[in-house]
Design a protein around this ligand. Structure first.
Ligand code: ATP
Length: 366
């Protein structure tokens, strides 16, 4: 069943924490709310769970109105960052507890716990107590406790943030597999852009309580609606440079520092903008040792090795750029190189509002 937000807002006193005029989360989706600390992600999840009441608007799950229903009648299960397991109950006891509360028979409880344990690889742990488990195992039990209830919606609030990096990567995969097998709607909250991109079917990027952009991970990365979304995704983050646009003999040209970049594919209307913020992702900056005429001369000021890749900081005529190259190229600090910014990879933003410019500005499409 789809979950629909209609004119939902939440205020704490004078402070607007969340404002979502319209949003539909589709049945079976892995949907993520992502954004920096304080942007309203957890409050949004709490509104769905019924842990907070909206100040206005309605939430509807299928044809059932959720607004004002107490949490236990909403048919949603919540997995928190802190596992909140019962320390004096075994793993079996933790998994069975919500079902005991719901008054299920002993046989159904055993069957549901068995299914969840199998799905999450918890069989060998059923007789252990939470203190005897690793962080990853505890998180798996917390997920298991949500699964046994067979809810219509799963809500996850930063469930992996207490885990170390390798375990987080493993749990991400497990969550994805779990979602594929269950086919139930997952609504997930994180501040981690990489986690959002790798897990989600669709993502809503939030800032100051409002959704900036909602779409497929690829769309958000490749066609961000504003400079905030552009710089939120990607590591290292997108290069944003002030650029002055002018008409040249071969169409529009952007002056960045002392250098000139031809943007021949742009509509002349964009000239009205005058000064823009030009965005180029580090992996789209091309670096070469070949001195071809259309390339800009640059000097490498910093080389950072990241396994198979190196991050290069480049000094050009009056500005610097970050680029990502394969480590095999073995660039060195102080080396003189040549740089190309491919026109089709350039994003343009309004420097005052941050909004994307030009309906058909050359946003990357592939
Ligand atoms: P984080 O990632 O840090 O948890 P978040 O994106 O989940 O942040 P929320 O916790 O939803 O953000 O908070 C959104 C805004 O509402 C913040 O400005 C926060 O200070 C405020 N807020 C949240 N809960 C309350 C509350 N109970 N009383 C007053 N203000 C609150």
């Amino acid at each position: 069943m789809d979950l629909r937000f209609e004119n939902v807002s939440k205020r704490f006193g004078e402070r607007l924490a969340v404002e979502i005029p319209q949003l539909t989360i589709r049945r079976g989706e892995f949907f993520t709310f992502v954004g920096p600390s304080g942007c309203g992600k957890s409050t949004t999840l709490n509104l769905i769970a019924g842990l907070e009441e909206p100040s206005s608007g309605t939430l509807q799950l299928g044809d059932r109105r959720l607004t004002h229903l107490p949490p236990h009648q909403r048919d949603v299960a919540f997995v928190f960052q802190s596992y909140a397991l019962y320390p004096h109950r075994t793993v079996f006891g933790n998994l069975s507890f919500p079902l005991e509360l719901a008054g299920l028979s002993r046989e159904s409880i055993r069957e549901r716990v068995r299914q969840a344990a199998e799905l999450l690889g918890l069989d060998p742990l059923l007789e252990k107590y939470p203190r005897q488990l690793s962080g990853g195992e505890r998180q798996r039990v917390a997920v298991g406790r949500a699964i046994v209830r067979q809810p219509q919606l799963f809500l996850f609030d930063e469930p992996l943030s207490n885990l170390d990096a390798p375990l987080r990567a493993q749990m991400r995969k497990e969550l994805r597999h779990l979602h594929q097998r269950l086919g139930t709607t997952f609504i997930y909250v994180t501040h981690d852009q990489e986690e959002a991109l790798s897990l989600s079917d669709r993502i809503a990027v939030m800032r100051k309580g409002r959704i900036q952009q909602c779409g497929l991970p690829r769309e958000l990365y490749e066609r961000p609606v504003n400079a905030f979304v552009a710089s939120f995704f990607g590591s290292p983050s997108i290069n944003l440079l002030p650029a002055a646009l002018a008409a040249g003999p071969d169409g529009i040209a952007a002056r960045i520092g002392e250098l000139q970049l031809s943007l021949a594919g742009l509509d002349a209307k964009i000239l009205e903008a005058g000064v823009v913020t030009l965005g180029i992702r580090p992996e789209h900056v091309r670096v070469s040792r070949e001195p071809l005429p259309e390339r800009w001369p640059a000097e490498i000021s910093l080389v950072e090795l990241h396994g198979g890749q190196t991050i290069l900081e480049l000094q050009l005529g009056g500005f610097s750029l970050t680029a990502v190259e394969r480590a095999e190229a073995r660039y060195r600090e102080g080396e003189k190189v040549w740089v190309v910014i491919p026109e089709e990879r350039v994003h343009l933003f309004d420097p005052s509002t941050g909004n994307r410019l030009g309906a058909d500005s050359p946003g990357p499409t592939s």
